[in-house]
Every structure is written in C-alpha cells, then in structure tokens.
Design a protein around this ligand. Structure first.
Ligand SMILES: C[S@@+](CC[C@H](N)C(=O)[O-])C[C@H]1O[C@@H](n2cnc3c(N)ncnc32)[C@H](O)[C@@H]1O
Ligand code: SF4
Length: 388
C-alpha cells in the first residue's frame, strides 16, 4: 500500500503543434480543428477509469503532487480543456498543497498571450521550448519563432511565473563550442531562470532530419566534439550556480522538476491522452510494476475514449523487467538510485557491474548506484552494456 510519502503524478499529453519540427519524434502532429467537448469527455473518462484501476490494485495515496502538460505543444490547448482537466483531477484525486503543475509552451506570440490565463488556472511552472537564441539555428531547426519572440516570451513568463524552465538544443552540426558558449552565457546573464533542459541534437528515426542524414544532406557531431560540448556546458552552468541533477537537466537549488524526478525515481504516475502511459506499483497480488498504455494516434485515442474509457494495454513487468526499468530511469540522475529499490539487489554483483565499477565508470556506495560524473555522457552505452 502506498503511504503518505509516496508521490503520485499525472501526465497529460496534448498531441498537436503548429508545425512538425524536422528533428522531433515525439507523438506530435500538425494542429487541426478539435471538438473541445469530445476531448474533455475523453480526458475525463480516462481520469475516472484510472480512479477505478487504482482502487482495484489497492493503490492508495493522499493527493497528486505533480501534474505535467506535455506534448506536442500544450500551450495550444484550448483553455476550456485545461480548466476541465484540472477541475476533474482535483475532484477525483485532490491536490497536495504545494503541487507542482507544469505546462510546456512555445514562444510564439499567440501562445505567450495566454500565459496570464494559464497562471490563473493554477499552473505554476512553465517550460518554454526556446531551442536556440540564434536565428540561423532556429531556422535550421524548423522553428516558427525567432530570437525576439523567445526573448519576449521568457521575459513575460518570468514576470508571470515563479518557476520558469527553458529547453535548448545544442551540438548541432557546424555549431562551434565558442558560439554555443556565447549563446548560453547570454541566456544566463539576461534571464533569471530556475531551470534549463539542454539537449544535444539527436537524429531520430522517422524524422525529416533522419531522411536528410540518410541522403548525406546532414551530418552528426562526432563523439569527441559532443563530449567537449557536454563538459563545456556543465562548466558554464556551474559558474552560474546551476546543478546538473540529470543528464540533460540543470536547476538552481530546490528547482529540480519534481514531476520528472518522480519518473527517474520510478515512483507512481498516471498518464492520459494519446500515447501517454502510466506506471504504477500494483499491490493486488504481489508487489509488481505495471504500465498502462494509451492509443498513440490522436484520432484513434479520441474515438476510443470519448464515450467510455479504453486504454490500449495494461502490461505487468516481472521483477527482472522492473529492475531493468528502475536502472534505466535512475542512472540518468547524478545521484543515481537507491539499491534498495531493486528486487534483486545482487544484480549489482554481476560481472558487468563489477567490471564497470572497477573501471570507475559506475560508483556503488552508501546503498546507491550511479554513473561517475565524468562518464555520464556515455549513459547509453553504459546502459546497453549493463542491460543487454
Ligand atoms: C515535447 S518537446 C517540447 C515541447 C514544445 N512543443 C517545444 O518543442 O517547444 C520536448 C523537448 O525535447 C527536445 N527535443 C525534441 N526532439 C529532439 C531531438 N531530436 N534532439 C534534441 N532535443 C530534442 C526539445 O528541446 C523539446 O523542447
Ligand atoms: S519539438 Fe515541440 S513543437 Fe516541434 S514538433 Fe516536437 S513537440 Fe512539436
């Protein structure tokens, strides 16, 4: 049974954007006209269905401690839909007093006009997809906004919200470290931010960039340069008192994203909307992890959910799968994870773990396992080695 201290989060997926960015493989589609009432009914049906699932699996908790509206571009969500989701979820689950409610926003003029209205609904953390402060890079990334839009959006957000984060993409082929350095310092000097998510550009299968890469029209930054970008980024952020608490996330003291920490610490969360998934510790038979998946295609999801709720799948992980998932999520964190979270604690005594510990790539100490700070950039290859 989950006690008072166990966090429970809600993720809400909004799958639409103004345009599809050429690098993005998220479940995002170009916006079309939506029937607001149908979408409200579908989200609401899923929330009530989750309530029965939580009861059925004997998952008890006092209140939600975080909500995250992600996408897609949830700042494009009609206010009426946002308002209804917040009202219904607070009625069903109750909100913790200092609940963190985040919404992802784009810097375009239409969306920044809504910041005040969004704040009034109770959203208290804004995550803005700035991506770059360099107009040439913004154009390359296929973004609809320019530097001026980003600047106005950040200033307005900062005057409206106490907690503002921005996303930036770097290590773009052809970008020089000294130019990224300048861009980063400009942002840190000019804006009083609480949190930054800094992602190296990855070429994801199925995207326009992937097709261009296959045709030889686009190149990737090589690993050595990517590592230099990474080190340099961390050094600058440290100068400005930001701590890297996860591979791509930096925060001022006490401004870590509580919602994302719940994921990385393998806590409980429920997920509604197209492609969203929830993960829970279920207690109906034995302690085990289950994942509740939604239909990914927005039209299918809506058709399946607006009359009565229908999730696509509920999967139960066995103990080994649960441990693998706990490691994949937790090793992203600078602090790593508590070994006591693993079912099979002796997994860390297996040869591969011992080898990496010997090479100082991972550190196993004080009931925690973590990747050494100097090697966190190799996260994916370390995980592949440990897990495959
Ligand atoms: C769901 S998207 C953010 C929402 C919002 N629609 C936006 O784009 O501003 C989350 C973030 O992932 C990052 N991202 C997406 N695809 C990426 C890629 N291929 N390489 C690096 N970062 C990526 C972007 O920084 C983006 O802001
Ligand atoms: S990066 Fe953001 S705006 Fe661009 S397609 Fe993906 S979700 Fe939409």
């Amino acid at each position: 049974m989950i006690n008072k201290q166990n966090p429970m989060s809600l993720y809400v997926h909004w799958p639409y954007c103004e345009a599809k960015c050429p690098y993005c493989d998220f479940n995002s589609h170009v916006i079309e006209k939506v029937d607001e009432d149908d979408w409200i009914k579908a989200y609401s049906n899923q929330l009530y269905e989750y309530k029965s699932i939580l009861d059925k699996f004997n998952i008890k908790f006092d209140s939600l401690n975080t909500i995250f509206f992600g996408g897609g571009t949830p700042s494009l969500m009609p206010i009426k839909i946002l308002e209804n989701i917040l009202n219904i979820s607070s009625k069903i689950f109750k909100f913790e007093d200092n609940i963190e409610i985040t919404l992802e926003a784009n810097p375009s003029s239409y969306e920044r006009k809504k910041f005040k209205e969004i704040k009034k609904l109770g959203i208290n953390r804004l995550s803005i997809g700035v991506q770059s402060l360099n107009d040439a890079n913004l154009q390359f990334l296929g973004r609809k906004h320019n530097y001026k839009d980003a600047e106005t959006a950040i200033e307005l957000a900062r005057n409206t919200f106490d907690n503002v984060s921005i996303d930036l993409i770097y290590a773009i082929y052809g970008q020089k470290i000294k130019d990224w350095d300048k861009e980063l310092r400009l942002i840190l000097n000019k804006f009083d931010l609480n949190h930054l998510s800094l992602y190296q550009l990855t070429i994801e299968e199925g995207t326009k960039f992937f097709k261009d890469y296959k045709k030889g029209l686009l190149e990737k930054v090589n690993n050595d340069l990517a590592a230099d970008f990474f080190k340099n980024t961390e050094m600058i952020l440290n100068e400005y008192n930001f701590n890297r608490y996860e591979i791509s996330n930096f925060s001022k003291n006490k401004y870590e994203s509580i919602h994302n920490l719940n994921y990385w610490n393998s806590e409980n969360w429920i997920g509604i909307g197209p492609g969203a998934y929830g993960r829970l510790w279920c207690h109906n038979q034995e302690s085990r992890r289950c994942e509740i998946q939604n239909y990914k295609n927005p039209k299918t999801w809506l058709a399946k959910n607006y009359r009565k709720p229908e999730f696509e799948n509920i999967n139960f992980f066995n103990n080994h799968e649960t441990d693998i998932d706990t490691l994949i999520m937790g090793l992203r964190l600078s602090k790593g994870i508590e070994i006591s979270k693993l079912f099979n604690k002796s997994i860390i005594k297996e040869n591969r773990f011992l080898e990496l510990e010997e090479e100082n790539l991972i550190i196993i100490k004080d009931n925690r396992i973590k990747i050494h700070d100097d090697h966190i950039i190799k996260l994916n290859s370390i995980l592949n080695y440990l897990i495959n």
